[in-house]
Structures are given as structure tokens and as C-alpha cells.
Design a protein around this ligand. Sequence first.
Ligand code: BG6
Length: 510
Amino acid sequence: MTDNRTWVNPLRDVQDKRLPRIAGPSGMVIFGVTGDLARRKLLPAIYDLANRGLLPAGFTLIGYGRRSWSKREFEDYVYEAVSGGARTKMREHVWERLAEGMHFVEGNFDDEGFDRLSAMLAEMDVTRGTGGNWAYYLSVPPDYFSDVCHQLERSGMAEAEGDSWRRVIIEKPFGHDQETARELNQLVNAVFPEESVFRIDHYLGKETVQNILALRFANQLFDPLWSAHYVDHVQITMAEDIGLGGRAGYYDGIGAARDVMQNHLIQLLALVAMEEPVSFSPTELQAEKVKVLRATRPSYPLSTTTARGQYTAGWQGSHHVKGLREEEGFDPESTTETFAACTLEINSRRWAGVPFYLRTGKRLGRRVTEIALVFKEAPHQPFGEGQTRALGQNAVVIRIQPDEGVLMRFGSKVPGSTMEVRDVNMDFSYSEAFTEASPEAYERLILDALLDESSLFPTNEEVELSWAILDPILEYWADHGRPEDYAAGTWGPISADRMLERDGRTWRRP
Ligand code: BG6
């Protein structure tokens, strides 16, 4: 694979104010612009980018869909989405400039609609100076990818002329397993070369996720400890308190493992476990991720190294909430898991023998995403009996959200005349250490796609490899009845606790 992209260091860019990262002349077409993702995330992110001065003056936003909206109606729709979701202030002149470049093209997947769209792009290239540079955001279910890609190709919109570019941005789910992911990749790559395909994993757009790279590779402090010599095990937790009301169409039949483990959690594992890349260029970074993913596989037997559950009615704080099977739109017999946990191992010199425990769930105790490296006990404790009763294992915890930061847990003497050692926490908090606000993940990723910086986008190979890790677990579950019930507001099914207890360990209670 050749790397002919602009070499950009994603870490330096975040911090170096001398390098304003402003997108060049370009526009974006959003397919599925009336959907939930576009309304809640994409449109507000585009406004925030404009407001921060990071979009070109002639930036053009085209919505494509079945409605027969006028330009004005589309503007009103975008305005409402932006007012509800933008993180920066509404500024009249920024809005007006952005709105000037907004258009809506009515159509479905037929030739006429795409011909109209093609004519619109050509017109915009002349009137708005978009220079033939277009990003197509496929915010539609993957079943439609084929139609959209085919039509983009047929109408000549997939191909760029001269120095201009055409890129496609796609959202998960990237398939249902390795085989379907491969088919989907082939389908997209038949129209767009891999370097023009930007797969969104919004976790990679989060500042704290990028901070994993800073923490590991900008410091001398952590690396010597970052291996099986000192690390006992790693816990990656993505817990959510929200339920799935309103998401049945997408979620029923998909489940927690496919929804977030295949992408967000396995990406976190890759960043935590990979070797230092030669540089942060996309090729080098992705090569290291691929290497570690190739070495990762589930621990066996799956009957004891995995757990899955489905929430039943319970209490979330002071609110009584429904169980999944009572949620609107879900099959009352649904066997979709809302909690998934697994044990992975990495067959490499650095990680041999260190279990990586991954868990994720809806309607858990609270919303938290974190990675905890839990260290082995000191080989010798020169303390008297009872003096280290309150001493646990040392840990480095990377808190992705909320309360973004890094926590170190170690033992310290309790003040007093006796030698008693107890766990204490040393806590670095982003919000206290920096005054700069972090951009929202979608802002970062949309800007990167416009700038052709693909470091933060998983490649087709990464996607297929993460399915290869998960497929045996999914197949095992498919053959073994329904998930275990857990009450909403708890920390998941009992089998998840047993999974660690069997190894003499416990989950952190974040
Ligand atoms: C999405 C999943 O990718 O991530 C959702 O489809 C999940 O089910 C969401 O709720 C969580 O994202 P965040 O950024 O709120 O942690």
C-alpha cells in the first residue's frame, strides 16, 4: 500500500495553534439527512466547524432525500437541528453564510434523482467554488450502500477529475460478521478506492481516545510498565445508563457485541495494546493496529470466558424503567443482548498471559467508559500482618468519559503512628488541566475526512479483523439459548461477575 496522503500528526495538530486545520474548497452531500444521526450529530458538527472558522468560505451542504423540500425548508430543518445540538453559540453571520450554501435535492435511488444531484454539484462547482471536491456521507442503513454507490458511479459522481477529489464517509454497522463485512467492503471498494473511504468510528474522534496515544508514546513513565511483566489484566468498560426505547429498528437482532464491541471496544483495545507506530501517518498507525488485531483472539472455553445479558425492568436512580422486551418496537420474545462481556488474549511477547476483559451494556449503573490496566502485586511486601489489608492492586485508569482524565491508584501510608497502607487515587482531570474545550468527535472526524487525514478511520482490514475476533463468540451465543436477565440499574448479569471471579479477579466499580 502506498501512502500518498498528506503526512499529518494528529496529536500535534490538536495542540499546535500555529497550524490551523482549515478544509480547502469542498462540499458535502448527506444521504439520510432527515435521520437521527444527521439531526443530532452531523448537522450540529458542521455548524460548529463553520463557527470555528474551519470550513472554507464556499462550503456547500446538500441534503438528498425523498422529501420535496425547497431550499428554505431544508434551511429551516438544519437550523432546528443546529439550535438543538450545536456546542458553539448561534452566530447570525456564520449561520447565514453557511445557509447560503445549503440545498436540498429530492430523489430516491433512481436515475432521475441522481442526475439532478449531479447537475447540482456541477452548478455548485461553478457558483460556490467547491472545485469538484465532494464528500458523500452515507448516513443510511448499509442495505442502501449498494444503491447509493452504484448510482454515484453511474452518474459519474464517484470519479474525480484532475486534482479534485471524491470521498465517501460511511457509518457502522460494517456488516454482521466477517463475511458480510468483506462483502460490504468489496461493494464500496468497487466504486471508491480504499483511500477515498472513511469509515466512522466516532470513538476515535474523541479527544480522550487520542490521548491514549499521547499517554503511551509521549511519556517515559508508562511504557516500561505496559506489558505482561507488570500488568495483571486489562478491563475495558463501556457502560451506559440509557435504554433502547425508540431504537428497536436498528438494535433488535443486532445487540451489544455488534453495536459497540466490534468497533469502539476493539478499537480501544488496539490503541492500548499496539506497539509504537513509526509515525502517526495513517499507514503506520493502521499497520500497528492491524498487527495487534491479528494477534488477538477470544479465550476459551467461551462458556466461562464470555457473558451476555438483557435488561429487565428496574430502577435507574429514582426512575422505574422498562425491560427491553417491554420497550416499544422490540419483539416480546427478543433474544437480543443488551450486555456483552468477553475475555480476549493477545498472542504477542508484550501481552502473552494478560487477559483483556471487555464489557459493555445498556441500563447499567451509570454512564462510564474507561480502560483500566490493573497491575500485578508487588513480589514482596515487607509489612506486618493486617498492615496492607486495605491495599488493592495498583491501576492506571484511562477515563474516556465522563470526567475525562487519567487516574492512578496506588498504596500510601495512612497517617498515624502505625504502618498501615491503603489505596489512594491520583487524578488528572482534563477539565481542570485545560481551558480549551474539546471538539466533539464528529467535528473532528468530518474535518479530517475533508482534509484527507485518515489516521482516525478504521480500514477495511481492521474492520474484518475485528469481526474475526468476535465471530466465534457470536456463533457460540447463537447456539446457546437466550441471554441472562439483569435488572436495569445494576452492573449486568451474574455470569459477568463469575467470568472474572473464576480467574480470581473482580470488575472495577467505576
Ligand atoms: C453508538 C452506539 O455507536 O455509540 C450506541 O450505536 C451508543 O448504541 C453510542 O449509545 C454511545 O456513544 P457515546 O459517544 O455516547 O459513548
